[in-house]
Design a protein around this ligand. Structure first.
Ligand code: ZN
Ligand code: ZN
Ligand code: FE
Length: 759
């Protein structure tokens, strides 16, 4: 009797993630015959049974029980001719040049953890243990197809035992490209940094040295960490000196959740992310402060171990500082010869090369959903689906902005965005930028039809784009922020949104410095609906470094005849104050800007929460947010004026009222709360105007300012109460990391319009 047969195709991240062996086991479980093979961007399956049968359970199991690294985007099936196969086989695949997703690096799975902790296992205490469900991926691939020979494991021939596991479809390590064991795989090397001399004792010795107060460079997946004992103030101080970072928060790695809970409060979503196989740094509310780790902030960043090496290192230590090994303004170091010895006392390295750098990802919770502060290791690469109406058969390359840059590629209906690359005004990061473009273009076989950059004529990315000899598109900074969120949420091209695009700086089409923007936008273009009243930035870039300069600028705008010695201004020499005031009055080196970030700086300085000088970007704003701790509902007044069709929002009244509150003795935590409420209020008022005038009911909250949890939550809540649909970046960071994504969206819309590619 003839039975039934089914042909199934699964699209998504299904290659190199143990998907075929999973199907093999599943088919055997159901007693099906047939085959499975890699095909194009997916996996093709033929199953059949000699008797009439329903395949529903099998289909459901594919989606529900898939391997942890797999990502099923789409599954199609149709009846097929019954062939009478005798068994179920994993077919060899032809190697073609096709778009195949590479999985991100995934933390050690429970099975591998069990192996390294089990004295009877041949991988007992082996720091490079991995399997099909876990281990390095993106950071070790050099080219496609994803085979061992194309990874940095190519120099480690498999021993017979590993080879047997590798070739057995029923083994957990079947086709695990980085498979290794103590006999054939990489090994750790501990060195004294100053002399380079190898010293015995490996990971156990390294842990002892950390305990003794030494600073160690520890090679992980995407680069070296600098590690020390967080409870040793001298070690922390020394580490800060080496990193040239006075107050920038340092991330901690804890052995387990129990250790984390000693120092931080943990909500269910945060616990889930800490334990997730992507192992980001999660920013948590402080419970017990560790001095010097995250000074002046109310949050502290924790992650859990993500390689066997980390587990072994932390076994007795329980808690270490694990901050990326870079000097200020340079990328994370990946190999010893990049100067790692200059940053530490000892180096715990290993001989598996890193193909691609990647920092740790940083995420925090807004309600139960994630807000990315930095997106890199564990999350990259991720295939972001593009709305059907925007898809093109041509490839696109987008280069992002300048600070906190990423690059993105578009191919076959998906956008793939790089890891966070840092600030490209620094030369070493510019090399990292080029390294990453090369990596992505090779991995995904991209032949861009055009290149997209920011509108800024002097950004390195813009100049780089001009040199590529491709059609070159430019997208306005704040428009790109809005588009990134639209693309991520699959917004249809006919939809117009109100983009609340707030950050420190972006180049406007009028050549001015934009920053507190309300844009009526779709994929093709935008209209500037409203913006913050521009104020002078005394000293240009210096104004972003020294928050008190912005306080003076706003005081001058508000018409104060004499300078009140409020907040941080008390600590500034009168001579300096006079000098800067002269600059403001006479518009000397004081360009105008509608920046939202600089307004935060001004308020932070006036309330005395800001530092005299920022050690890192947005420090003053972050401290102001951390200071707010009240459920107070009051807000400050602000003034909206209208000229032609453009609204301008003036905060001089806000500033006057803040000073009155300061005079009255109101503490910063109340003033900061009221200030946050004020900005949320501005958003709602403008949104209601936009709805009245243009019938818009979708609001996008984007730009670096929306890394501010308090503002984001409050604005979202209030907008939703007024029945607006609120979109905010969830997959990407709201900061400039998302620019390249938005740039792709605009380019695709242009390609669709057939408008040609020159602007
Ligand atoms: Zn594993
Ligand atoms: Zn082996
Ligand atoms: Fe921005």
């Amino acid at each position: 009797m003839k039975g039934g047969a089914l042909r199934i195709t699964v699209f998504g991240v299904v290659q190199g993630v143990g998907f075929r062996p999973f199907i093999y086991r599943l088919a055997r479980h159901y007693g099906y015959k047939g085959w499975v093979k890699n095909a194009g961007r997916g996996v093709e399956i033929h199953i059949e049974k000699g008797i009439k049968t329903e395949f529903q359970d099998f289909l459901r199991a594919i989606v529900e029980e898939k391997p942890p690294l797999a990502l099923v985007e789409r599954l199609t099936f149709k009846p097929a001719a019954f062939k009478g196969f005798r068994d179920f086989a994993v077919k060899k695949s032809k190697q073609g040049k096709r778009f195949v997703f590479i999985a991100p690096d995934i933390s050690t799975c429970p099975n591998c953890h069990h192996d390294i902790m089990n004295p009877g296992d041949r991988r007992f205490r082996y720091p490079f243990t991995n399997c099909t469900d876990c281990g390095p991926r993106y950071t070790i691939v050099k080219a496609l197809p994803y085979d061992r020979s194309n990874t940095t494991m190519s120099g480690f021939p498999m021993c017979p035992e590993c080879s047997a596991e590798y070739h057995d479809p029923l083994d957990r390590r079947y086709h695990a490209q980085p498979i290794a064991c103590p006999r054939c795989g990489p090994s750790v090397i501990l060195r004294k940094a100053r002399t380079g001399k190898e010293i015995p004792g490996g990971i156990e010795r390294a842990a002892e040295l950390i305990k003794k107060g030494k600073i160690l460079a520890v090679k992980g997946l995407g680069g070296f960490h600098l590690a020390c004992d967080p409870l040793n103030p001298d070690a922390v101080r020394r580490l800060r000196k080496i990193k040239e970072r006075e107050t920038k928060p340092l991330a901690l790695m804890a052995l387990d959740v129990k250790t984390v809970e000693k120092y931080a409060c943990l909500k269910p979503a945060e616990r889930k992310w800490l334990l997730s196989e992507r192992r980001p740094i999660v920013l948590l509310k402080k419970k017990r402060d560790i001095p010097g780790i995250a000074p002046n902030l109310d949050e502290i960043g924790f992650m859990l171990p993500y390689t066997p090496l980390h587990y072994l290192l932390l076994e007795n230590l329980k808690l270490i500082v694990a901050t990326s090994s870079n000097k200020k303004d340079s990328p994370i170091m990946k190999e010893e010869d990049e100067g790692i010895c200059g940053l530490c006392d000892y180096v715990l390295g290993h001989n598996r090369p890193i193909a691609m750098r990647a920092d740790d990802s940083v995420v925090k919770a807004v309600g139960a959903s994630p807000l990315f502060v930095r997106r890199a290791r564990g999350y990259v690469p991720y295939p972001q689906k593009v709305p059907a109406e925007l898809r093109s058969s041509q490839d696109v390359l987008a280069l992002g902005g300048e600070l906190k840059d990423t690059v993105s590629i578009y191919k076959d209906g998906y956008v793939v965005t790089s890891q966070f690359l840092g600030d490209l005004d620094e030369y070493p990061n510019h090399l990292y930028f080029k390294e990453t473009i090369g990596h992505l273009m090779t991995l995904f076989d991209v032949k861009p039809a055009c290149v997209v950059s920011d509108l800024h004529p002097d950004f390195h990315t813009t100049r780089y784009a001009q040199r590529l000899g491709l059609p070159h598109l430019q997208v306005q900074h704040h428009h790109a922020h809005v588009l990134a969120a639209m693309l991520e949420h699959g917004t249809a091209p006919e939809t117009k949104v109100l983009g609340v695009s707030w950050d420190g700086y972006g180049y406007g089409p009028d050549g001015e410095a934009w920053g507190g923007e309300f844009l009526l936008a779709d994929y093709l273009g935008f209209e500037r609906l409203a913006h913050f009243e521009p104020v002078p930035l005394p000293g240009g870039d210096l104004a972003a470094k020294q928050p008190w300069r912005m306080a003076l600028s706003y005081l001058h705008e508000a018409g104060f005849a004499s300078v009140p010695r409020a907040g941080i201004l008390k600590n500034v020499e009168m001579k300096k104050i006079q000098g800067v005031l002269e600059m403001i009055k006479n518009r000397i080196r004081s360009p105008l800007s509608s920046s939202c970030g600089r307004l935060f700086d001004a308020v932070s300085a006036l309330t005395g929460t800001s530092p005299l000088e920022n050690d890192f970007e947005a420090e003053a704003a972050m401290r102001l947010e951390a200071a707010a701790s009240s459920r107070i509902q009051a807000s400050y007044p602000f003034v909206i004026t209208k000229e032609n069709r453009l609204f301008r929002i003036s905060f001089t009244k806000t500033i006057k009222n803040i000073l009155a509150d300061l005079d009255y003795g109101l503490p910063p935590r109340l003033i900061s709360s009221k200030f946050h409420n004020t900005l949320a209020r501005v958003i709602v008022v403008i949104a209601q105007m936009a709805r009245k005038e243009s019938g818009i009911d979708t609001v996008v909250l984007c730009g670096g300012v929306f890394c501010n949890k308090r503002l984001l939550s409050r604005a979202s809540d209030e907008l939703e109460r007024k029945r607006f649909k609120v979109l905010r970046p969830v997959v990407y960071s709201p900061n400039d990391e998302s620019l390249s994504v938005g740039q792709i969206a605009h380019a695709l819309a242009r390609l669709k319009e057939g408008k040609g590619l020159s602007l």
